[in-house]
Structures are given as structure tokens and as C-alpha cells.
Design a protein around this ligand. Structure first.
Ligand SMILES: Cc1cc2nc3c(=O)[nH]c(=O)nc-3n(C[C@H](O)[C@H](O)[C@H](O)COP(=O)(O)OP(=O)(O)OC[C@H]3O[C@@H](n4cnc5c(N)ncnc54)[C@H](O)[C@@H]3O)c2cc1C
Length: 404
């Protein structure tokens, strides 16, 4: 729908309000967070119905083109939709890597056939994607990756392994970086391949994490046959696509860090200041009783507010620039630090209650908080480490010379 100004947006807002009233199950009010059911993962009939309705309407990805099932909304209409959803406690059930990183990249560089094949299922939340980038020995130095794809006429034969593949055990498809030329310079021999996770030869082993969860995996490829039409972008031209996808990834990670980092932490705390007051107590004027903690908490809240406002500016600039830029590295770096500071402050305020792991001595929200604090350690690693993002800022944003 084109954006012709205020009247059009008002008309759309009224339409959205009516549609939400008719379709959002009131029992799901405020139960958002990580409940999206990408890949049909929820057995709750209300969640399934809500996902189907949003998927049919295309409003889970409101600004994606209508031609592939997206909402086709202008950014003003998308904002109005979000405001109407917020007003009734509704949440977007369509998410995951397909929405956050792969889909936007596919829209930019995929063939028409690839878009027709993959975007509608992402829009409807039917298919889960995972990211096959990192390898043992190729994390920050991603371009050194060794998983190889040999040209066998009508298909590529893929052999190698990936690591830290989030959600690979649940994924239907993997967007994967593979080496297709071993003689070229390392950045020039990489291709971007789409691999069906049900293909014979794909094996996934979950990795247990420090916080008790197991959200990511080792993924092995042994003589996996991948049809040639699953190559996205030019042969040996995958590095440019890989970097573009990372910009979408960093934009999304920093946006979520600005909203509290970990959904568990957000739900558990009801806000870092409220949490600190609950555990530390208040003085006679209602202020946090511990003077030093109060000063650090105030610094943190101001930083967080500045981060959120800057995030909105960067997001607006990204829209007028046709997508995210290297500035996403600034936001990813700052967001990771702020999210980790937040969890540290909460755990400090909770004292020994912040050390709970299991057992009746702790409130369930306290146990969730400890796990969220540990999960936050990954914020400065996932999607590119803080050091690597600083390198990107120095080179691509500030234009500083390479120290080597
Ligand atoms: C929660 C989580 C989810 C993840 N999900 C995925 C996923 O789905 N798919 C996927 O492919 N990967 C995933 N990763 C992997 C992630 O992308 C890598 O862990 C990350 O890129 C760092 O690589 P590495 O672990 O090999 O560390 P290394 O590259 O070995 O880095 C080790 C340390 O050295 C520093 N360092 C390395 N090179 C430089 C340099 N040039 N300058 C300065 N410092 C440097 C790093 O900053 C870091 O502190 C995930 C990671 C986490 C934590």
C-alpha cells in the first residue's frame, strides 16, 4: 500500500485495529517475547491460529513486498500497525533468522525462482532457517572457512563442518558459506549456498551451554548433494552477500539488545531500577538505598536511553539508505556492552539471591535471571565479536588505515 500521507495512514490504522480485534486471541495478550513459532514449533492452538492469521496477512513482515506474501506496507503504516498491536498487548509471531537476516538478503540478491520458493514460507512462519557461517578455526577470520563444495555438473558436493549453528537441530534449511575455489584469494573463493537440512549426509549435534540451554550445534556435511539452483548470487561471489547478511544480523541483534537483551531478563526484572529497589531497598526519599549502586545504575539508564534513541536514528537512516550500513557495528558493540552491564547490575543488586541455579530457595524469576546473566556473556560474541565490530568501525566508518 502506498504512503500518501496522514489520511491513508489513519484509514490503515482503523483497518488494522478492526483486524487485530477480530484475529488476535486475547489469551495471548502480553505473552510475546520468544514465543514466535517459526517452523510451526508451538502446539498451542491459539498460537497456531494467530501465526496462521498473521502469516496469511503478511503482517509479520509488514514492509516486505506483497508479490511474495509480505504486507507491502509503507513504513508509516508498519509503525501504525505496531502501535495498534502494542495497544492491545499483541505480538508478532513470525520471526527467526529467516525474517531477520536471510529473507532481507534474499530479497536483494536472490533469483526470482529462489524468492518464489523461499519467501512465502518465511512470511508464514512455516520454515526455520539456520546460519552455516562459523567453522572450527574460522570464526572472526570467517573468510578462512574450509567447508568445500565441488562442482559435479548438476549439483555441488559439500563436505566439511560448521559450529555454533544456532537452532540447526530444529532447522529446515541452512544458508551456508562454502569454498568453491581453493586457488583464489580467500575472500574470492567463497559461495553462498542454500542447503535443505533433510538432505542425506547432513548431521547435527547440539552443544550444551553454560546456562543449561542447548540452542546451538555442530553441523556436519558428508557428501551432501546440493542442486546447482541453490547457489545464491554469483559463484565465488558469496563474501559480499555474507557481509550484507551480517549487517542485517547486527541491526537485529542491536535492536533486541536495546529492548532488554534477553527476553527472560526483561520479563524477570520488570526493569533494572525496580529490580534494584526490590532487593537493595530505598531510603527515606524513595531513592535506591545504596549510593554507589544508585550512581552506576543512573549512568546505565542514561546510556541505555541514549542507545535506544540512537538506534531509532540509525534505523531511520538505514531505511533512507536502502538498508543497514557499517554503522550497525557501532550499535552491536554498544548494545552488547549495555546489555552485559544491565545483567551485571541486576545480579549485583540481588546479592546471593542472584546466584540461584535450581531449588526451592529461589523464586523462578531469580533462577531465570541467573541464566539470563550467563546468556548475556554471548552478546559480545554472537554476530561478530566486539573486537571485530570495533575493527569494522575503524575501517569502514572512520576510514582509519589497517594497522598491519
Ligand atoms: C550465542 C551464539 C550464537 C551463535 N550462532 C551462530 C550461528 O547461528 N551460526 C554461525 O555460523 N555462528 C554462530 N555463532 C558463532 C559466532 O559468530 C562466533 O563465535 C564469532 O564470530 C567468534 O568466532 P570464534 O568463536 O571462533 O572466536 P575467535 O574468532 O577465535 O575469537 C577469539 C577472540 O579473539 C578475538 N579476535 C579474533 N580476531 C581478532 C582480530 N582480528 N582483532 C581483534 N581481536 C580478534 C575475538 O574478538 C575473540 O575475543 C554464534 C555464537 C554465539 C556466542
Amino acid at each position: 500500500m502506498a504512503d500518501f500521507g496522514g489520511d491513508t495512514v489513519d484509514a490503515f490504522r482503523a483497518e488494522a485495529k478492526d483486524w487485530l480485534a477480530a484475529n488476535f486471541p486475547p489469551s495471548l495478550k502480553g505473552r510475546g517475547g520468544m514465543m514466535y513459532v517459526e517452523g510451526g514449533g508451538s502446539s498451542d492452538p491459539a498460537v497456531k491460529a494467530w501465526t496462521a492469521a498473521m502469516g496469511e496477512k503478511g503482517w509479520g513482515v509488514p514492509t516486505w513486498p506483497k508479490a511474495y506474501g509480505g504486507g507491502g506496507l509503507s513504513k508509516d503504516e508498519a509503525r501504525a500497525l505496531q502501535q495498534e498491536m502494542n495497544a492491545i498487548g499483541a505480538w508478532n509471531p513470525i520471526g527467526g533468522m529467516g525474517v531477520m537476516m536471510f529473507g532481507p538478503t534474499l530479497i536483494e540478491v536472490g533469483t526470482e525462482a529462489q524468492k518464489q520458493q523461499h519467501i512465502p514460507s518465511i512470511v508464514k512462519g512455516e520454515i526455520r532457517w539456520c546460519q552455516g557461517y562459523s567453522e572450527p578455526g574460522s570464526g572472526s577470520d570467517l573468510a578462512s572457512l574450509q567447508t568445500k563444495a565441488e562442482d559435479k555438473g548438476d549439483h555441488f558436493l559439500v563436505n566439511g563442518s560448521k559450529i555454533w549453528t544456532s537452532g540447526a537441530n530444529l532447522a529446515d534449511w541452512c544458508f551456508c558459506l562454502v569454498r568453491t575455489d581453493f586457488k583464489a584469494k580467500k575472500h574470492d573463493g567463497i559461495s553462498f549456498l542454500l542447503i535443505d537440512m533433510r538432505t542425506p549426509g547432513v548431521e547435527v549435534r547440539p552443544i550444551l551451554l553454560i546456562n543449561g540451554g542447548s540452542p546451538f550445534c555442530e553441523t556436519f556435511f558428508t557428501d551432501v548433494k546440493v542442486p546447482k539452483e541453490n547457489l545464491m548470487g554469483p559463484l565465488n561471489g558469496g563474501w559480499t552477500i555474507a557481509k550484507r547478511l551480517l549487517q542485517f544480523e547486527r541491526e537485529n541483534i542491536s535492536a533486541s539488545l536495546g529492548q532488554g537483551g534477553s527476553p527472560t531478563m526483561g520479563q524477570a526484572t520488570g526493569g533494572v531500577d525496580a529490580m534494584a529497589k526490590k532487593y537493595v531497598g530505598v531510603d527515606e526519599t524513595g531513592r535506591l538505598a545504596d549510593h554507589d549502586l544508585r550512581r552506576r545504575l543512573t549512568d546505565h539508564l542514561m546510556e541505555n536511553q541514549a542507545f535506544r534513541l540512537t538506534g531509532r536514528r540509525v534505523a531511520d537512516e538505514a531505511k533512507s539508505n536502502q538498508g543497514p550500513t557499517a554503522a550497525t557495528s557501532i550499535m552491536k558493540y554498544a548494545g552488547a556492552k549495555i546489555a552485559q552491564d544491565r545483567t551485571e547490575l541486576i545480579i549485583e543488586a540481588m546479592g546471593h539471591q542472584g546466584l540461584g541455579w535450581e531449588g526451592d530457595a529461589f523464586d523462578p524469576s531469580e533462577l531465570a535471571t541467573t541464566r539470563a546473566w550467563l546468556r548475556a556473556k554471548a552478546n559480545s560474541i554472537e554476530g561478530g565479536t566486539s573486537e571485530i565490530n570495533l575493527n569494522v568501525v575503524s575501517k569502514r566508518v572512520l576510514g582509519l588505515p589497517d594497522p598491519k
